[in-house]
Design a protein around this ligand. Structure first.
Ligand code: SF4
Length: 268
């Protein structure tokens, strides 16, 4: 029988009502509790008994995030060995030289060799390695359309949107509110490009995460007692070049990196 291998596998079985009858604030929190072994599927009163019977005892033991990511890196590095990097450079908007695929990520030069090794001046962690390797192995090479879409409208985005809001948009809004150099750093450190104020925002900046995967940051300042708002948008073709989990990983890694920068300036 198919095992439930992730929090998302469990979340998909729930009704997403966030009714709180299980004592958790949301279905996603309940799913995470079940995956960690702290809750039982049967504790959701809205779950069909046949589903409970089918999957109880069929939930794969949770690995730590680090173990899970390390496994993904190994699997992608195996796959990259069968990829023609010169073809991938052509397909993905990169350059091929000295046996490596080279492109710019966040405005920094990166090289990747046929063994999946990275060559760059910045520290590379699995949050960055996984999306970049996935982009090379599976990226469809679809050019950006110029049409912006929120994360939830991308293929597979709706179900992951609560996590994306919690781990990506919410902390970035906090940084935009509290860290005075937030927009300057987006432009200077991450090679952002200020564009016309899209969606009536006060500030709009495009970051070129990967050659064919731009992200738009829109920020609305607080106004007449209303809180500020920060929303992230992606080119409507993003899911052709990066699967939704890799896109989430890339943005969450970027947010984590930015939080460290802000922390050095006293922003918690
Ligand atoms: S009881 Fe079930 S449906 Fe309600 S919040 Fe908990 S997991 Fe979601």
């Amino acid at each position: 029988m198919t095992k439930l291998k992730t929090t998302m596998d469990i979340y998909k079985l729930l009704d997403h009502s966030n009714c709180r009858e299980c004592g958790e604030k949301a279905c996603l929190a309940f799913a995470a509790g079940v995956f960690k072994g702290k809750r039982q599927l049967a504790e959701c009163p809205r779950l069909d008994p046949s589903i409970i019977e089918k999957y109880t005892g069929n939930i794969q033991k949770a690995q730590s995030i680090e173990e899970d990511m390390a496994d993904k890196v190994v699997a992608l590095k195996e796959k990259i060995q069968s990829i023609d990097l010169s073809e991938a450079a052509f397909r993905l908007g990169g350059r091929f030289s000295e046996g490596r695929l080279n492109f710019r990520i966040f405005g920094k030069e990166f090289g990747v060799d046929p063994a999946g090794r990275f060559y760059t001046e910045i520290h590379v962690n699995p949050w960055l390695m996984i999306p970049v390797l996935y982009y090379i192995v599976e990226g469809g090479g679809t050019p950006a359309s110029g049409q912006w879409a929120p994360f939830r409208e991308l293929k597979g985005g709706m179900i992951r949107n609560p996590l994306f809001q919690q781990r990506c948009e919410k902390p970035l809004k906090h940084l935009a509110d509290e860290y005075t150099d937030f927009f300057k750093d987006l432009l200077d450190i991450f090679d952002g490009r200020q564009v016309d104020n899209l969606f009536d925002s006060d500030i709009s900046i495009v970051l070129q995460f990967l050659p064919l995967v731009p992200m738009l940051v829109c920020y609305w300042k607080p106004d007449e007692g209303l809180e500020s708002t920060l929303n992230l948008f992606f080119d409507a073709t993003a899911a052709d070049n990066l699967d939704i989990d890799s896109l989430y990983t890339l943005v969450a890694g970027f947010v984590h990196m930015f939080e460290k920068i802000a922390a050095r300036h006293g922003v918690k």
